[in-house]
Design a protein around this ligand. Sequence first.
Ligand SMILES: *[C@@H]1O[C@H](CO)[C@@H](O)[C@H](O)[C@H]1NC(C)=O
Length: 117
Amino acid sequence: MSIFQVCTLGRMCLWFLLIIGLLSQSQQGAAHFYKIQPGTFKEFQYINCQGTYNRSTYTKLIRICEECQNLYRNDYTVSLECKENCFQNEMFDKCVLSLLLAHKEEEYKNMITYASG
Ligand SMILES: *[C@@H]1O[C@H](CO)[C@@H](O)[C@H](O)[C@H]1NC(C)=O
């Protein structure tokens, strides 16, 4: 049954359109609600960190991935790859080197061990 056939039923049509409108709005609301904010405990779980969530150290790790993403603007998945498996991946190491933070590598390794569990 097409939308035009429903509309031949007169008043029903208004209700139908109203309901469609409400549904599409609430879906957009839901999509917004489920968007995971960077630096949150939700994200921490999402990237499979099973250790201890410490907002201050976790934010430092996340920042590396985001600054790295800024560096490699044309490669849209850098940030995602960098966070994968709770930062235990090659991209994270590459990011630390690219951001000239090699001297802090040991410190980051400890943070990752703490976060990943
Ligand atoms: C989180 O980590 C920071 C830096 O290592 C430390 O100073 C702080 O005490 C930690 N916070 C908690 C709640 O463990």
